[in-house]
Structure formats: C-alpha cells, structure tokens
Design a protein around this ligand. Sequence first.
Ligand code: UFG
Length: 324
Amino acid sequence: MNLLVTGGAGYIGSHFVREALKKGHNVVVFDNLSRGSKESIPAEIEFRQVDLCNKEALQNEIKQFDIDCVVHFAAFAYVGESVESPSLYYNNNVVGSLNLITACVENKIDNFIFSSTCSLYGNPNKVPITESESIKPINPYAFTKYFIEQILVDYSRAYNLKYAALRYFNAAGADPEGDIGEKHDPETHLIPIVLKNALDNSRPFFIFGDDYDTEDGTCIRDYIHIIDLADAHLRAIDYIVDQKKSLILNLGTGNGYSVLEIIRKVEEITGRNLNYKISGRREGDPAILVADNKNANKVLGWQPKFDLTAIISSAWTWHKNPKF
Ligand code: UFG
C-alpha cells in the first residue's frame, strides 16, 4: 500500500516507517522537523518538510501522491508544556489534524490511522482500562487527542472515511538493531531519564512521589515496545482497508510496573549505580494506568512480543551509542 506517515521523523513515527518498509509498503513522510530528526528517516524514502498547520502547502503536497492510507503521528506530546501553552497544542495538534483529515476527505483518501493516548481516560475508574472507560481528559494535551478522535468519529459518519484511533499506553524501547531510538529535547520520560543517569550519575533524577496507593508507593505504568506498537498499526491498516470498518483500541501490554521496578530493572540490565531522590508528585500523574488489551487481540490478532527486559535492553543499546 502507499502510506503517508506524518511525524515520521519522530520517535514512534520513525520506528513505524521502518517496520512498514519491511512489510513492503511504500512510504512518504511529511514532517515539519520541529521536534523530529531527519536522520531517523531512511534515505531511500520520499520526504517532504510540511507543516500540517499550513493548509495550502499540505494540500499542494498531498495531491502529488496516490495515498491509500494516512498514518498520523505528528503532534506535540508534553503534558506540562500543554498546560503552560495550550494555544500551541490546540493549534498544532487539533488544527493540524483537522487540516489533514479535511485534505484526506477532499482527496478521497479513505483510510486514517491516528495516534491517540491512554491519557484521555484521565484518572480511570477501573484498572485494567477498557476502551469503554469514561473519557475524562485532565490536561490540554489529552483534550487535543480527544477532540481529534471526535472529529474522526463525526467525519467517518458523514464521509467515506474509515479510521483507527489507537490509544497508546507508555511507548518505550528502541529499534533492536540500534539504528534509531528515543530522542526528546527536553527528555521527560522515565526510561530514557533513568538510562541517561546510568551513563552519567553526577546529578540525581527524581521519583515523582512515593505516596501513591500502590504497593511501593510509586506510580504504575504499562510500558509497550514501539515495535509492538508499529505491528499493531500495520494490522490496523489491513483491518480498516479490508473490513471497511473503523476501530478504537487500547495498545498496552496489560502489565504494569512501578517507577521503582523500572529503576531496579535498569540497574540489573546496565549493572550501573543510579543516583536518584524522591520528590513531590508531578501534577496530573494518575497512580495506575494499565491497559486491558483484549480487544486489540480479538480484533487484530495482536499480541505484544517484547517484555520489560527487551524494552529496557533495546533502549540501553541506543542510549549507549546514539547515532544522532
Ligand atoms: N517519572 C518520574 N521521574 C521522572 C519522569 C517520570 O518519577 O523523571 C514517573 C512519572 O511520574 C510517571 C512515570 O514515571 O509515574 C512515567 O512517566 P513518563 O513521563 O515516562 O510517562 P507518562 O505516563 O507521564 O506519559 C505518558 C506518555 C506521554 C503522554 C502521557 C500523557 O509517555 O507521551 O502519558 O499522560 F503524554
């Protein structure tokens, strides 16, 4: 198939691009490079530096390709930044996505895969979290993802558009071959922060709260390897194209690990001493987020293959020797 991947220079998008190429898809990447790295895009594929907020440029570029399916990763994804600069988030995420979805409808591109997030469940009523959990975003970032899901629901009813909204839990890990990996600036995610400390522990990192209602008092998350995420996207593309039906699915492993468990696992894998302190809670962090992934298994036949050891080992390979 001919795939248009937005945000293909970012962490999750660039890993997806490689897996899609391995499956034999043709890929074109649109990315404005505001946060992604050009180096993470394979040299042989078509790349256009396009900002989705520039409607005219987007229209001009998209017309030039015969696209079967759009896989839309491009977004800002820092919760804290979204609270401080909501305008940045509503414009980049919602306006950019609306432009893209509109361009799809106008150009008769009927299939759309969307990177959604478990953060739209806010503080869930029940864990593991099913897709029927109530939607209660607690920050602008999560609201942007919720609004885009709603646009897709409404557009798919009115126009000939099929979508898959894939609600990721905590994307982690790196390409096992070590060519690409997680690179955010600033880095706010737990696993890269802990691995960076394994490389240089001259300054401590902080555990954001040890007084949660969990066994060891630290927050529990469901870490899912990005190659497993990419696999689910590829299956979702086949599903919406073949079955002509839309989908909303959680993508997580169903296993939760506390911040302290992650730290212990990093110590075990790296053999290094870590330097950390306990600080207060980070605003907006729910105590436990773990997926019920039964629907993704039932509908797509998808099952995560990478466990926590594989996630952290692959990320460690990258952090010891980042290629860019
Ligand atoms: N944490 C620390 N110290 C740190 C960084 C994180 O203790 O220095 C803790 C957090 O409090 C949280 C856990 O580690 O309990 C995981 O935090 P991350 O920042 O790695 O991930 P989040 O669960 O906050 O983020 C996930 C996705 C984001 C998405 C967010 C929305 O990874 O992309 O959910 O809620 F924006």
